[in-house]
Design a protein around this ligand. Structure first.
Ligand code: C2E
Ligand code: CA
Ligand code: CA
Length: 883
């Protein structure tokens, strides 16, 4: 209720009191008028009070609710008592005191007492001390009342029972008021105290009124009206007000007696003393202590007092003992949990040292003793810094201090006395618990794993992941740099022929050589296989080219491995970044394209990426896609170029040369699409088609003319070659001796054992095998001894130098010599002029070239045969016409 409303309530209350008091004068009321005024007020007042209390009860909860119901019942009893008196008055019925109304009034006091107690009760556990206190104070107040009234009681005009009843009235109400006061002062219920204070005031007013009523009764001077009447009225008005103040406030949580304000606890303890004091004070004040009129009554009260005080003391002792038992029980539980904790701490694999805020050891487990080593005398109370003097000012100890001051746990790894420790330190307000464990093994393993995750195990260089990371970083920084991609030439061949250990050794050596070129900001990584990459930070085109040249040189320096001298080389692709690139993958792709272009233009080259290369790459991809369907679509055809026997000038064979009539691009040269077909593996099925077609067409030629078919290395590794050849022969019915396979040296280079075996099998079928493009490959002469070829075809690059170039002459002559020595026929390729023709005629067995005939479609083969067929010399000029 707001202060304003309270003020209005107070004003209404005062004006009502004044009006009530002054009404007889102001309204000129006579005796009857006063009687009716009292009648109205005596009925209306308590009725209003009862109703207000019911509402207050409905707004309350718990024991408050019960308290207000008690007050409501008390007020109703008041209405009943007054009603009876009014009935007696109206009917002029004469009743002796005490009568039925007195019973109602006394009962009313009992209900009020109950209400007071309920209001102040500490719920959940109604303290027994509280009950004793109520009883004690009630007894004391009654005794005091006895002393205060003892003079009047002694001179009572009434018989002893009515006298007793007259005394009990005020005594009872004073007790109720005293109980209320105790509830208010010692057991207050939070914010509702104002309303309750009004109620206590109401009870006090009732007590005072009854006191004066009792006095008048005892003296026989009582009459209606007067101050007594006013006090009764005020009392009921105060009850109404108090009830209105009762708000719907949820009962506050029960207050633990032990937690009450000290002042209230002291007040509670003082209750028995105050009770005795009140008795003695009132007794001595009125001089009643000597009198013996009501010895029996006071003696019985004193007996109750004594018993209750004793019980109270007993209860206190009992509570204390219980408390002590509880403490002991919890102490035992604590000891048990401590023991349990210790056993846990001892059984953990961690070491533990607990220190207090002054870094003195409070606890340590046996693991800690072991970890600390023999020299450290770990002991309770010892200073951590004296135990570990080298640790006083280290990063680790600083972290401990940090943990202590911030109260946040810290974790770290520390290398101490040859051991790696993992440390977790947990602070508490009292100190620090330091857990640590030996992680040397894990740490080494982890470091190794981290190393492995970033390095290539064979060469020890950084791996692809590191390279990509660095690339991304540089792009993010907008740095200028060059990506130099290095592919070791002939590595696969060497690895296949000389075995993996040699291959590994070569890669390792190459890695070391590349590392030797590193500057501080560079990175060299192995991407896998025989591919390395070098990132040169800050490098421009000139610098990158210079580096590439150096790498090429380094790669081409012969290696000495297992007593053998092995010479490799490197193809190099370079991509430059000037800081404007945003896509690291694109830079890498560009370097890859440049590398591809370098390889395609012959090994051992270094090329810097150009946009045109990317276009070439795209073109190749498009061609590859078209090539996949070319066979099904019948886009292939064979052209035939004659090989002429230089002794007879007759056609001895035709070489089948593949032609691709692309639906939109027209004729695509074999130099362009054959490498793509090889790369993609399509060459296997295309080669089979060539074999079958060539064999079938050769069946229509004169039986002394052979057909030569080019076989790519890739067809050997497919494992199907022998079967395909056998099938082609069978299907066409061609005699095996008329089929010649042209292979290059790479067939012997790669996977040489298996390929050699295949070659022998093919030869066993009765085929001829020619070594094509002789002189262009790698370490040529060695291969001639490995396999008995039926023919060596000297590459046209040597023939084109004839007859002017002495070097070409020397080479061609030596090959002719070799052929004679090994019993192999020698064919000159690419004969374009008469001079060449005449020159080769002196030593070679066979010639092929535009001078004799360009490759012709199948249908023209007969014409070519006819031209060359008859006379040896006449054929040549005709052939030139034909081209
Ligand atoms: P190759 O085996 O050395 O074939 C001879 C090539 O030399 C043919 O080129 C032919 O047209 C060309 N040629 C002949 N006489 C002369 C001449 O006097 N001067 C010049 N400059 N060139 C001459 P082509 O037909 O373009 O074939 C190129 C290469 O494609 C062949 O070289 C061969 O390696 C490959 N090839 C062609 N057809 C097939 C095939 O069916 N299978 C496989 N695997 N490779 C084939
Ligand atoms: Ca050939
Ligand atoms: Ca050739």
């Amino acid at each position: 209720m707001s202060a304003q409303r309270r003020l209005i309530g107070l004003l209404a209350f005062v004006s009502f009191a004044v009006f009530f008091w002054k009404a007889p004068d102001w309204l000129g009321l006579d005796e009857d008028g006063i009687f009716y005024r009292d009648l109205i007020v005596q009925m209306a007042g308590p009725t209003l009070a009862a109703i207000a209390c019911v509402f207050a009860a409905r707004r309350s909860t718990g024991s408050d609710r019960q308290a207000w119901f008690s007050f409501a019942i008390g007020s109703s009893l008041y209405v009943a008592g007054n009603g009876l008196y009014i009935y007696y008055g109206v009917t002029a019925m004469v009743v002796s005191f005490p009568a039925l109304p007195e019973a109602a009034y006394l009962l009313m006091a009992v209900f009020f007492a109950a209400g007071m107690f309920l209001y102040g009760s500490v719920r959940e556990q109604i303290s027994r001390v509280q009950v004793y206190n109520y009883v004690l104070i009630s007894c004391a107040v009654m005794l005091a009342s006895l002393f205060l009234l003892h003079g009047a009681l002694g001179q009572s005009v009434m018989a002893s029972f009515p006298t007793f009843v007259a005394f009990v009235y005020p005594a009872l109400w004073f007790s109720v008021a005293a109980s209320g006061l105790i509830s208010l002062l010692i057991y207050p219920q939070g914010r509702k105290s104002f309303g309750f204070a009004l109620l206590v005031l109401a009870v006090l007013a009732e007590a005072i009124a009854d006191f004066s009523y009792a006095r008048q009764l005892l003296q026989g001077t009582y009459s209606n009206g007067g101050e007594t009447q006013l006090l009764w009225v005020l009392s009921t008005a105060l009850i109404v007000w108090a009830a209105l103040e009762q708000r719907a406030v949820a009962a506050p949580p029960a207050v633990d007696p032990a937690r009450r304000l000290p002042i209230q606890a002291i007040a509670e303890a003082a209750v028995p003393g105050a009770a005795i004091g009140a008795v003695l004070l009132s007794g001595s004040l009125t001089g009643a202590l000597g009198g013996a009129s009501f010895v029996l009554f006071s003696a019985s009260l004193a007996f109750v007092f004594a018993v209750v005080a004793g019980l109270r003391e007993f209860w206190i002792i009992k509570t204390q003992r219980q408390l002590r038992d509880n403490v002991e029980a919890s102490r035992g539980a604590l000891a048990r949990s401590e023991a349990r904790l210790t056993s846990v701490l001892e059984s953990t694999t961690d070491s533990l040292i607990v220190v207090d805020r002054d870094w003195r050891v409070e606890y340590f487990n046996q693991n800690a003793v072991r970890s600390a080593g023999g020299n450290t005398n770990l002991a309770i109370g010892a200073s951590l810094w004296e135990l570990f003097p080298t640790e006083v000012d280290t990063a680790t100890s600083n972290r401990y201090r940090e943990a202590m001051s911030t109260q946040q746990p810290v974790s770290m790894e520390e290398f101490f006395g040859n051991v790696w420790f993992q440390i977790h330190a947990f602070p508490s307000p009292d100190g620090l618990s330091i857990f640590f464990r030996d992680i040397t093994e894990q740490k080494v393993a982890r470091d190794e794993m981290q190393y492995l995750a970033r390095h290539d195990p064979l060469t020890g260089l950084a791996n692809r992941g590191v390279f990509r990371e660095r690339l991304r970083e540089l792009v993010a920084w907008h740095a200028r740099f060059a990506v130099i991609l290095i592919d070791v030439d002939y590595f696969k061949e060497v690895n296949d022929t000389l075995g993996h250990p040699v291959g590994d050794a070569l890669l390792k050596a190459t890695g070391e050589r590349l590392s030797a070129c590193l500057r501080r900001t560079d990175l060299v990584a192995r991407l896998g296989g025989d591919e390395f990459v070098f990132i040169a930070e800050g490098a421009d085109a000139t610098e990158a080219a210079r580096l590439a040249e150096r790498f090429a040189e380094v790669a081409a320096t012969p290696h000495r491995i297992e007593g053998e001298s092995i010479r490799l080389g490197a193809s190099i692709g370079i991509a430059l970044a000037d800081g404007s690139e945003t896509d690291p993958d694109r830079i890498f792709r560009n370097a890859d394209i440049a590398l591809y272009a370098a390889k395609a233009s012959g090994r051992g080259k270094a090329l810097i990426f150009e946009t045109a290369m990317a276009a070439g790459m795209q073109e190749r991809q498009a061609l590859r896609a078209d090539l996949r369907v070319a066979l099904e679509n019948g886009e292939f055809e064979l052209a035939y170029q004659p090989l002429v026997d230089l002794r007879t000038d007759k056609v001895s064979a035709f070489e089948a040369l593949l032609r691709w009539k692309h639906p939109t691009r027209g004729n695509v040269p074999p130099d362009v699409f054959i490498p793509i077909a090889e790369e993609s593996g399509l060459i296997v099925s295309i080669g089979d088609w060539v074999l079958n077609t060539a064999c079938a067409e050769a069946m229509s030629w004169p039986s002394d003319i052979s057909v030569a078919v080019n076989i790519s290395t890739r067809e050997f590794s497919s494992g199907e070659l022998t079967g395909n050849v056998r099938r082609a022969l069978k299907r066409s019915g061609l005699e095996a001796g008329r089929l010649e396979l042209e292979i290059t040296e790479t067939v012997l280079l790669k996977n040489s054992k298996a390929n050699l075996a295949t070659l022998h099998k093919l030869r066993a079928l009765g085929l001829k095998i020619a070594l094509d493009d002789f002189g262009t490959g790698y370490s040529s002469l060695a291969y001639l001894q490995q396999f008995p070829f039926s023919k060596i075809k000297i590459d046209r690059s040597f023939i084109s130098g004839l007859p002017q170039s002495d070097a070409s002459q020397a080479i061609v002559r030596s090959v002719i010599g070799l052929g004679i020595a090994l019993g192999m026929r020698v064919t000159a390729e690419g004969v374009e002029t008469q001079a060449q023709y005449e020159w080769v005629k002196l030593g070679c067995n066979e010639a092929q070239g535009y001078y004799l005939s360009r490759p012709v479609p199948a249908r023209e083969v007969q014409a070519v045969i006819a031209r060359h067929g008859a006379s040896g010399n006449a054929g040549v000029p005709k052939a030139r016409q034909a081209s």
